[in-house]
Design a protein around this ligand. Structure first.
Ligand code: PAF
Length: 281
C-alpha cells in the first residue's frame, strides 16, 4: 500500500493505478476505521481494479463546539487494516495540505445542506461537499463508496455529482450494525457502558416506525408519534431530529407513498449519533 501525504504524490499514484488497472475506486474516510468502513473497501475491491482510501479528519465539517480535537485517531491501526484489505493507495494529508492558506472557495449544495444534520450542524455539509469534491479532483476515481448511515450526506454528494457533472459513480453501501442493532460509528467509542445501552433507542425508534408502516400506517405524523413514544421511554437520550423525508431531496413528506427515508439523530450523553432506514413497498 502506497501511503501519500501530499496532493501531488496522490494524484501521480492514482493516475498510475488508473492506467494500469482501468477502474479506480475511492473510499473517503476520517479514519478510526470499523467494519462499516471495511465493508466500503470490500465493495470497492469487488467493483474496481484498484482501491484508494483517504483518511482525513476534515476540520471544515466540524462546528466550533464539536468534537474535532477529540475525534478518534488511530492511524497505525487503520494502515494495518487497509493493508490487509489490499488497498493500493492511502491518502492521508495534513489540514495544511488539504486547505492551502487563504482558501476561500466552497462547494455548497443549496437547500439540501440545511436539512437534517445541516440544520443542527450549520456549515457541516458545506465542509463535507467541499472536501469530497477536492478528494474527487485529487484522486479522480471512477467510483466512490459511501455508507447509507450518513443518508443525508449521501443525498448531498449524489446531488453535487449530478449538478457539477462530475465523472464519478457514487455507490451507497448498506449500514453495518453491531449484533444488537446499533449502527457502527467511530463515535460509538465515546459511549460509556450505560450510554451504549441507551443508544439502542435510535434503532428501536426506527424499528417501531417500520412495524407501524408494515401494519398499514402511512401517515407521517402518526409514524413520528410512534417513534416519540420510544424516546419518551428513554429520557436520557436527547432527540435532535426524527424526520421522514424524500431520500433524494430530503423534503419532508406527509404520507409514505414511495421509498422514504426515516432519519434520526440524538445525543446519548455528549455523543451525537445518527441512524436511518428506508421504508419501501
Ligand atoms: O463520512 C465521512 O466520514 C466524512 O464525512 C467524509 C465523507 C470522509 C468527508 O470528510
Amino acid at each position: 500500500m502506497k501511503i501519500c501525504a501530499t496532493v501531488a504524490e496522490t494524484r501521480a499514484a492514482c493516475r498510475r493505478a488508473h492506467t494500469n488497472s482501468k477502474r479506480l475506486g475511492l473510499v473517503p474516510t476520517m479514519g478510526a476505521l470499523h467494519e462499516g468502513h471495511l465493508s466500503l473497501v470490500r465493495a470497492a475491491k469487488a467493483q474496481c481494479d484498484a482501491v484508494a482510501v483517504s483518511i482525513f479528519v476534515n476540520p471544515t465539517q466540524f462546528g466550533p463546539s464539536e468534537d474535532l480535537a477529540k475525534y478518534p485517531r488511530q492511524f497505525e491501526r487503520d494502515c494495518e487494516l487497509l493493508k490487509k484489505e489490499g488497498v493500493a493507495i492511502l491518502f492521508a494529508p495534513s489540514a495544511e495540505e488539504m486547505y492551502p492558506k487563504g482558501e476561500v472557495t466552497w462547494v455548497i449544495v443549496e437547500g439540501l445542506s440545511e436539512r437534517l444534520d445541516g440544520r443542527s450542524r450549520p456549515g457541516h455539509f458545506r465542509g463535507v461537499t467541499t472536501v469530497v469534491s477536492k478528494l474527487f479532483h485529487i484522486v479522480e476515481p471512477d467510483a466512490a463508496f459511501f455508507g447509507q448511515k450518513d443518508a443525508a450526506q449521501s443525498a448531498l454528494i449524489r446531488r453535487m455529482v449530478r449538478d457539477l457533472n462530475l465523472p464519478v459513480e457514487i455507490v451507497i453501501c448498506p449500514i453495518v450494525r453491531e449484533p444488537d442493532g446499533l449502527a457502527m460509528s467511530s463515535r460509538n467509542a465515546y459511549l460509556s457502558p450505560g450510554e451504549r445501552l441507551r443508544a439502542l433507542a435510535l434503532q428501536r425508534s426506527l424499528r417501531r416506525v417500520e412495524e407501524e408502516f408494515r401494519a398499514g400506517e402511512k401517515s407521517v405524523s402518526s409514524l413520528i408519534a410512534a417513534a416519540s413514544e420510544v424516546f419518551a421511554e428513554e429520557p436520557q437520550v436527547r432527540l435532535d431530529y426524527f424526520e421522514i423525508v424524500h431520500p433524494d431531496t430530503l423534503d419532508p413528506v406527509e404520507q409514505v407513498s414511495q421509498p422514504t427515508l426515516v432519519a434520526v439523530a440524538a445525543y446519548v450523553g455528549c455523543t451525537r449519533l445518527i441512524d436511518n432506514i428506508v421504508l419501501s413497498f
